[in-house]
Design a protein around this ligand. Structure first.
Ligand SMILES: [Fe+2]
Ligand SMILES: [Fe+2]
Length: 243
């Protein structure tokens, strides 16, 4: 039985299969996941009983369980994040930009939200690519070195940013900003509702944005809820050991 007083984030961590249910009901389990399930359902105007039943059904489903990344090493988790989610962001954003330009050329004069969405997409691209660079070149290598030092009993690695909570606070606030931009896409597009008779490119654009949103939620969940808290705890242990 699901405990309705648990936060959405706690449920997502304890039951990785629950993410499929949260995605289906549009319940935020990453940036805004620190609310009790009952409160998150009320905000989304969905029945908490229906969500609880869907969670039970998913738990007993025979479909393969998602990998439980909370049991992996941080090095393995970082490799997974970079090789799946970071690669996806870098290949998908240029494809979406091409689709955005095509729908603006064709429908932008009659549908004002399309140029507005194109501008937001360019902003998301710029901010996310910069964000991934900071993770890949600064924060993630530090976390990997920290873990390796703890395993080998070596010295704590040097950091250029003070303690790890500083870059993590920055990354988390950038996740919130990306989440807010994606929420704005949903608002502008009326939850990705295509107009009657929309061309295949229009459908492909909205389908691509929906998929991008889903992938980004999974990506941010892995970082905010698993990687970052474990890295903070690891640095604290490492400081204790070297004290
Ligand atoms: Fe990332
Ligand atoms: Fe990130």
């Amino acid at each position: 039985m699901t405990d309705l007083t648990q936060t959405v984030r706690e449920i997502a961590l304890e039951q990785p299969h629950s993410i499929r249910v949260f995605e289906r009901f549009g319940i935020d389990y990453c940036c805004g996941g620190r609310k009790p399930l009952a409160e998150a359902c009320a905000e989304k105007q969905v029945s908490v009983d229906e969500v609880a039943a869907a969670l039970e059904a998913e738990a007993s489903s025979t479909s393969p369980l998602p990998v439980d990344w909370s049991q992996a090493t941080l090095g393995e988790l970082i490799t997974h994040i970079e090789s799946t989610h970071h690669v996806y962001v870098k290949t998908e954003l240029p494809r979406l930009a091409v689709l955005a330009q095509k729908v603006v050329n064709r429908h932008g004069d009659t549908q004002a939200h399309l140029p507005a969405m194109q501008k937001l997409l360019a902003q998301l691209d710029e901010e996310l690519i910069h964000h991934l660079g900071k993770e890949e070149h600064v924060l993630f290598p530090y976390i990997a070195k920290l873990e390796a030092a703890l395993i080998s009993g070596g010295a704590q690695p040097e950091a250029c940013f003070g303690d790890i909570t500083h870059p993590i606070a920055m990354m988390t606030s950038e996740h919130d900003a990306a989440g807010a931009l994606l929420a704005e896409f949903r608002r502008l597009s009326d939850d990705y509702t295509t107009p009657v008779g929309a061309c295949p490119t229009y459908h492909a654009y909205y389908d691509g944005l929906k998929e991008f949103e889903q992938d980004l939620h999974q990506h941010i969940h892995l970082e905010n809820n698993i990687l970052f808290p474990r890295a903070i705890a690891m640095e604290a242990v490492s400081l204790d050991v070297s004290a």
